[in-house]
Each structure stands twice: as structure tokens, then as C-alpha cells.
Design a protein. Structure first.
Length: 317
């Protein structure tokens, strides 16, 4: 499907980093940056922007959880790109220090994405405002909306609609629980109660629907789409970037550098860490549950493939 106004955001490093506490090598991050440059990707999310503390240390959580300016510059400076993607970082509510964020004109980052739950919308919008005041493009990503009480979600959307600082409002399928008809229904809700906002979509692949649900949001008019190389991401992963580029048929995109990165960087990484669909994640998605229990189950080599036992435990809770 060709629509010129569609933009693609690669979150390979940020969402993929949830698997290994952001302990990607510089060579891996450089390979992803090079692939996004050469393939014409619009935006690359290079990691999170947490504040270092006794609990959150660079040694334990990896430098791409913190995205210091010098670290990002070392990636950008490693490859000359005629039309580089805009770089983005993500904020988690209560884990950031906005005072450490440079004004956008002094940074290689151009977008700050704020992730928050419905209950934390006031804090989330405060972070968005402070990011916008520094000159960044902004998004607000409402997590776990599939588990939110509808009246509270509506109030949140109405609050976002009044916030001029929000450039994009994201529908996020945090648990990979949505089917296509639910995607359309939620988007109708978002459009009704936040009509002034451009929309984005972030999918998870717990039920092997990340790609098809991304197709559905395109049909429903969403123009900012998240994806990751080879679908890497927390648990079952995300929408595959290479599949999405093939589907869009936009001549500005060239999928070949993405497949090169898969062959040279993602295939070897699969020998070290796991991502992608399996029946354990399929159960958690079907039950609209956070994948933390599924991930814990998969991490235990003695029971990792015991899907029947996992189903019984999950439905008896």
C-alpha cells in the first residue's frame, strides 16, 4: 500500500534492548544505524533516556538505556549518510531527569517519546511539555490500553487532545492482545476523543498479528508506524521492519540494507538471545496479560516449552 505521508520508525535498539538490558555492542548499533540510513527509514529510536542511579546503573542496564549524547554521536559519526533518519529516545515516567536533556538544537536527537500508563498521564504530559519546550518533536505512548478501563482511557485521550505539545498519540498493543477489529475500534475511540492528534502505532507479536495489525492501522489512516529489524523486541517481538517496507511499496524505501543487517547482525544475535513467537507468548497475548510471566517461563530451561502447564497456571490465577 503506497501512501506518501506514511513514516516508519525503527525501534530495533530500544525495544530489542528490553531482551538483554541494552547490552548491545557498538558494532551492532552502528549496523542498525547504517541500515536505517541506507534504507530510507524516517526515524530511528536509539534507546531509552533513563537517569543513572544506584538502582539503574550503566553496568547493569547497558548504555543504550541511558543514551548519553557522546555515545549517540559516536554512532552517528561512524557512518556518513546523505539523508540520515531523525533520532529518537524514549522516556519512562519516574525514571528520567529532564534537566539532563540538552536543547534540541544542541543534540543529535530530534524526537523524545514518552511512555506512560493511563494512571500516570499527568506525569507523562509534563515530560512531553518539557521536551517540547526544549525543541523536540514529541509522542505520547499510552501503554497497556487493552487493559485500561474505557472511561479512564477516554478521559486520558481528552486530556491529550488539549495538550498542544503532543505531536503524535500512539496506540500501543503492549500485550500483543489485539485482533484487527479491536484495532479499528480503539482507533475510532482515539480519533473521537483526541481528534486533533496525529496517530502512531506500536505492535507486539504475541499472537503473530503485529504485521497484520500494522496493515490494519494503515487502512484506518495511521501514518507513523513502528517496526524492528527481524521483529526483534521484548518477548514475542514486534512488527518486522523488512515485511513492512515490502508492503508499503514506497520508492523512498530500500529493503535490501535491512536484509543485509539481518544476515550479518541479527542472525548471529539469535544465537545469544531469543525473541519471536512461540506458544507461551501466544497464550499471554490471548489472555491480554503482560508478557513478564511468559518471559520468566521461557527463561527456565526445564519448563520453557511446557505450554499446557503455562496455560493452566495463567488461567488459574
Amino acid at each position: 500500500m503506497y501512501r506518501e505521508e506514511i513514516k516508519v520508525l525503527d525501534c530495533t535498539v530500544r525495544d530489542g534492548g528490553l531482551i538483554n538490558n541494552y547490552h548491545f555492542t557498538d558494532d551492532f548499533v552502528k549496523a542498525v544505524y547504517r541500515a536505517t540510513c541506507d534504507s530510507g527509514i524516517d526515524i530511528m529510536e536509539i534507546g531509552k533516556k533513563l537517569c543513572v542511579s544506584e538502582e539503574y546503573t550503566r553496568e547493569k542496564y547497558g548504555k543504550w538505556n541511558f543514551c548519553d549524547e557522546d555515545d549517540i554521536k559516536s554512532i552517528v559519526d561512524s557512518y556518513e549518510c546523505e539523508k540520515p533518519p531523525m533520532l529518537a529516545v524514549m522516556y519512562d515516567v519516574d525514571r528520567v531527569d529532564v534537566s539532563a536533556l540538552l536543547p534540541a538544537e544542541q543534540s543529535v536527537v530530534g524526537m523524545v517519546r514518552t511512555a506512560c500508563y493511563v494512571a500516570d498521564i499527568d506525569k507523562g504530559l509534563d515530560l512531553v511539555k518539557r521536551s517540547k519546550d526544549l525543541g523536540y518533536q514529541t509522542t505520547i505512548n499510552i501503554m497497556a490500553c487493552s487493559a485500561a478501563i474505557e472511561t479512564e482511557l477516554i478521559e486520558t485521550l481528552q486530556q491529550i487532545d488539549k495538550a498542544d505539545e503532543v505531536d503524535y498519540l500512539y496506540l500501543v498493543d503492549s500485550f500483543g492482545a489485539f485482533y484487527s477489529e479491536q484495532i479499528t475500534s480503539y482507533l475510532q475511540l482515539y480519533k473521537k476523543h483526541a481528534p486533533s492528534k496525529a496517530l502512531g502505532f506500536h505492535a507486539h507479536n504475541n499472537q503473530q498479528l503485529a504485521f497484520s495489525n500494522t496493515q490494519q492501522v494503515i487502512i484506518d489512516g495511521v501514518n507513523l508506524l513502528d517496526a524492528t529489524i527481524n521483529g526483534i523486541g521484548r518477548g514475542a517481538g514486534n512488527c518486522n521492519l523488512e515485511l513492512l517496507l515490502n508492503f508499503l511499496k514506497n520508492p523512498k524505501f530500500d529493503v535490501r540494507p535491512i536484509y543485509k543487517a539481518i544476515q550479518e547482525s541479527l542472525v548471529p544475535l539469535r544465537q545469544e538471545i531469543e525473541w519471536g513467537f512461540n506458544d507461551i507468548y501466544g497464550i499471554s497475548g490471548h489472555l491480554n496479560q503482560h508478557p513478564r510471566d511468559a518471559m520468566k517461563h521461557r527463561a527456565n530451561p526445564e519448563i520453557r516449552d511446557n505450554c499446557y502447564d503455562f496455560l493452566l497456571d495463567a488461567t488459574n490465577d
